[in-house]
Each structure stands twice: as structure tokens, then as C-alpha cells.
Design a protein around this ligand. Structure first.
Ligand SMILES: [Zn+2]
Length: 391
């Protein structure tokens, strides 16, 4: 399954479900009912929950690309085949990394972790590549659907390593850029545009001079002798035109046009299958890989809950029960059967926790865990990529 550019048609707001859940207190009650009456709820989180940590969302509250209309993500094929695109990617990512590195979890991440600790949430899948769920609750198993920014991986030998030492190499190979980065940080008014994947666009900057290193393991491997050319400092030599070279290092987040790893896909599906309800937090489900998980839950007759500012892709289908509109059991219910509210997820979950902890106590012993064997091994290393399968 390929990660495609998100659905870009504006997504209109959706009526509250139940119809009484139009104020924060009523929304909180509805979501609390949803969680209280489920045996095991799976959370699916998206970029909306990291906005309060200072990371940009892909789209504004109206579901359109209002935040950064010129956002042009990199495509997997371009990165693999084009040296010029790799220079562009690493230059922008080099400039943006500092901003990503200093990002910290916010109250939504904290609340999700507490819901998991308390047993009201049985598992978490995130579309976010920012590691903030793990940072907030290091022992909580997370399925990182779209990989992570914090690690890099060699596309040839698949050696994985932390991003920070790689960033140090980029500093060493690009002293002028390093100086520029320092200046940029001390000039907060620069018209820079930050992307949610940790890259930065600075108008007028040329990327072709940016240098990046090959994978050190592949460079030493005699099989690739003469195939990986480096300059005196150890940076990849310029490659004209297209062409595959061994030892290309890529961040472990899934690029557009790239396949999700089978392992991750299966793990996410297992979590959906084991849950009896799914709660979407801060996602418009614009990417198919996320939307299909909710669709899968719905098709299995599971309960759906959505807390998101703005519309959600194809959500009518989650509520119509074949009647072509929001079915009465959702509209007139108390949230138990399904919930759809447009409030900040952190505000809602903090209120929900207060209620649950007061009337339900800790559910830890009653928890039905969703994490499989694989999922409990899931950590920062997971969330990678597939090179051959994307072709
Ligand atoms: Zn390698």
C-alpha cells in the first residue's frame, strides 16, 4: 500500500454526534460514555494533536491546506533516484531538525497515556512521525503508521541509526549552512515555512550545494567498491541525472509514494481487529492508510469516535447505517454508540479523564490489551520503509 498525497478537497464541518455534543462539557460527557461502554478502545492519532506542541498541521481547521498552500512534500521515487532531490531534502531537513528535536509532548499526549495507563484505551496507532506519544509515555506500545523522523536508515544494507549523529555529519559537511542555521535561529522573523515532517522552506535558498554522506557501512563494503564516490570530506559526489547508487540514507518516515512496511500494516490491522471501538484524535483521515483502518473497524461493526477540528474524509459513511444520513442511534444517543465532536482533543480528554477516574477508578486490572507480541517489541526503531516493494 502506497502512501499518497492526502485528499485535498475541502472537508466541511460535521454535525455533532450525539446532536447534544455541541459544547465542551457535553462533548466531554459523550466521549466519556463512548470509552466507558467499550471493552477496549483503539486510539488513532493524527497531526492535529501535535499542533499544540508547535508542529504544523497539514491543513487548517476548515480541512483545507490553508496553513501552507505551497507545501510540496518530497516523493519517495525522487529521493531514491535523484541526487538533486536528496540534496534538497537533506538541506531543508537539516534546517528544520532543530525545531523538531526540541518539540515536547502536550496535554493531549499526556491524556492519551493516562487513558492507556488507566485501561480505558487498549492500544495506540499514530500517523505522526514526531515520537511525542513515546516521549510522553516511553513504555506505551505505539504503532507508528508512517514511521519516525528520529531515525535514519540505509536503503541498501538497512542499517538504522539515530538522526542526531547524522545531523552532526551534515553540520561538518556543510559549514556555511551550519552558520546560516545559527543566524536563522537568532532571526525569528525570517519568512520561513515549516512543514509537518520537520523540513523548512527558506525563500530564495539554492539547495544544490548541500552535501550529505553515504552509509558508512556500505562505503566500506568491497561489493560496492567504486560505486559510491565520495569527496575528500566523505560527502557523496554529485550524480548527474537519475540513477540508483548504493548507500543512500533516508529518514525512517514514510514518504509520499512509498509503501508502508507490511509488518506495520499488519500490526495496525491486528489492533483494529482486537478492539471493539476506535477513537480518532486530531486527524481528518486524509491519508488512505489511516482512513482505511477506521473503515475496517466500521465494516466489522465496531464503534467509531472522532474528535477533530474540521471535517473528516468520507465520514458520512461512518454514521449513515444505510439510511443516507446520521442514523438516529448516533444522533439521539449519549455517545455510547458513536461520537463525533469538534473540540481540541486535549481539552476533551482532560475532562474525560476527570470523569473516568472519578466514577470508574483505574481499570488497569480489567484492561483488554490490544498490543500483540510484535507490538510490545515496537519501539523507536520500528516504523520504517520498503525500498523494492514501492517500485
Ligand atoms: Zn548501508
Amino acid at each position: 500500500m502506497l502512501l499518497r498525497i492526502p485528499y485535498t478537497t475541502p472537508l466541511p464541518s460535521f454535525p455533532a454526534i450525539p446532536q447534544t455534543a455541541t459544547t465542551l462539557p457535553t462533548a466531554i460527557t459523550a466521549v466519556a460514555n463512548f470509552l466507558l461502554n467499550a471493552r477496549s478502545t483503539l486510539v488513532l492519532s493524527g497531526a492535529g494533536i501535535s499542533v499544540a506542541s508547535g508542529l504544523p498541521d497539514y491543513r487548517g481547521p476548515q480541512g483545507t491546506y490553508t496553513l501552507n498552500k505551497e507545501y510540496r512534500p518530497i516523493f519517495y521515487g525522487d529521493f531514491v533516484h535523484k541526487d538533486a532531490m536528496r540534496r534538497r531534502y537533506w538541506a531543508r531537513s537539516f534546517l528544520g531538525w532543530k525545531g523538531v528535536e526540541k518539540v515536547r509532548p502536550n496535554k493531549t499526549h499526556v491524556a492519551v497515556g493516562r487513558l492507556w495507563e488507566g485501561g480505558w484505551v487498549g492500544g495506540i496507532i499514530t500517523q505522526n512521525v514526531d515520537s511525542l506519544h513515546s516521549m510522553s509515555h516511553p513504555h506505551m506500545p505505539i504503532t507508528n503508521l508512517h514511521g519516525l523522523l528520529s531515525t535514519v536508515l540505509c536503503l541498501t544494507c538497512r542499517t538504522q541509526s539515530q538522526r542526531s549523529p547524522f545531523q552532526q555529519e551534515l553540520h561538518r559537511l556543510n559549514p556555511t549552512w551550519s552558520e546560516f542555521l545559527e543566524k536563522m535561529q537568532s532571526t525569528p522573523d525570517l519568512p520561513i515555512k515549516r512543514g509537518p515532517d520537520g523540513d523548512i522552506e527558506v525563500p530564495g535558498v539554492k539547495y544544490e550545494g548541500f552535501r550529505y554522506p553515504p552509509c558508512p557501512t556500505c562505503l566500506k563494503n568491497s561489493t560496492f567498491h567504486g560505486m559510491i564516490r565520495v569527496d575528500g570530506d566523505g560527502a557523496m559526489e554529485r550524480i548527474e541525472g537519475d540513477g540508483n547508487v548504493p548507500g543512500v540514507v533516508k529518514p525512517t518516515l514514510v514518504f509520499f509514494g512509498e509503501n508502508l512496511r507490511d509488518e506495520i500494516k499488519r500490526e495496525a490491522e491486528k489492533k483494529v481487529d482486537a478492539a471493539d471501538s476506535i477513537l480518532v484524535l486530531g486527524s481528518s483521515l486524509a491519508t488512505y492508510s489511516a482512513w482505511r483502518l477506521v473503515k475496517r473497524a466500521k465494516d466489522q461493526g465496531k464503534k467509531v469516535g472522532i474528535v477533530n477540528m474540521g471535517g473528516v474524509r468520507g465520514e458520512d459513511g461512518f454514521w449513515d447505517d444505510g439510511e443516507g444520513k446520521v442514523a438516529a442511534r448516533y444522533r439521539l444517543g449519549d455517545g455510547t454508540e458513536g461520537v463525533r465532536v469538534e473540540f481540541d482533543a486535549g481539552d476533551v480528554l482532560e475532562g474525560v479523564l476527570e470523569i473516568l477516574e472519578r466514577i470508574d477508578g483505574k481499570r488497569t486490572n480489567r484492561r483488554v490489551p490490544l498490543e500483540s507480541q510484535e507490538a510490545s517489541r515496537q519501539d523507536i526503531e520500528l516504523g520504517g520503509i520498503e525500498i523494492a516493494a514501492a517500485r
